[in-house]
Write a protein that binds this ligand. Sequence first.
Ligand SMILES: Cc1ncc(COP(=O)(O)O)c(C=O)c1O
Length: 367
Amino acid sequence: MENYYPVSNPTLNGNEVKYAIDCLQSTWISSKGKYINTFETAFAKQHDSLHGIACNNGTSALHLALMSLGCNAGDEIIVPTLTFVATANAVTYCGAKPVLVDAEEDTWNIDPSAIEKAITENTKGIIVVHLYGHPTNMDPVMDVAKKYNLFVIEDAAEAHGAEYKGKKVGSIGDCGTFSFFGNKIITTGEGGMITTNNRQLAQSMKKLSSHGMDPSERYWYPQVGYNYRMTNIQAAIGYAQLENLDWHLSQRKRIASLYNEQLKGHPSLVLPKEADWAKHSYWMYSVLLPVKTRKERDSIMADLLKKGIETRPFFYPMHVLPPYEDKRKGAYPVAERLYVKGINLPSYASLQEEDIAYISTSLLESL
Ligand SMILES: Cc1ncc(COP(=O)(O)O)c(C=O)c1O
């Protein structure tokens, strides 16, 4: 197809090639080398945090964070039902149980007012997810966490550079976890990062990511660890991407503004909101279609695909997936409605004004 618009497409227009070649020429291609520390330090700084721990993806970032915060078998961890499956899976890897909470209408994130009801004597922590780049309303989450002595992980896989009341996401809870998969705001191909202001936690996560070896005694493993390391080449690409983070974020903002302008006239299409306390990073530009069923949504998506426009439905809520099924009727009404109506439109830095005009006109025609 001549004009094909995928949902995402990385832009590698900085020093990515130069730094990757530097790794190859220096032969530092594995998980040691100067770019690891450089990337960790710079990423942490960019996200208002003291420590950054690079790892091989956003899922292992979550697993490392959970283990280091003491998540064990039998514990319960509160998780939004509307998220990517990795959030819940990382809890399961620890032998713990994800306890699902519904979404809120405007931000599509976990409903903070529903968290307290989900707490039991086994609850150990809360994972919030800054879905599609919009930060979670953190103050009420932190309040309830303090009241019940729970840890808070911010799953910021989709929200690099987003802000809550002027603070970067990933710097508010005990730690933040990020993904650098190829479709993310900045990418290392595959990769992840944890941010924290807690030095002890940082040391524990770093150790667990490298087989759990005692840093002062080679081949001494006081606990079972993992190989979740990032390679120097990935860190080199990540560092180059990070140098341009502000540019990447400005492009997402530009795209969101263009879509908002093109789509605002439709009476019943719901455009993404940005709370007045939020800086949205617009990983995905997403809309809620005026439909009542999945079938209607899918037929609009199929129509757009015929015009060369890829779209994605919102994630299945966790409570409908076999490992996390919860059949209580009406327990998650908001997430269910969002799932039926929500789609992600092409959202990547190299989209031009005429591309957005074409995609928007095509969507309005399909409606
Ligand atoms: C909310 C969320 N959490 C975790 C992850 C996992 O990241 P990765 O794919 O790098 O393992 C993703 C990935 O897309 C995600 O969207």
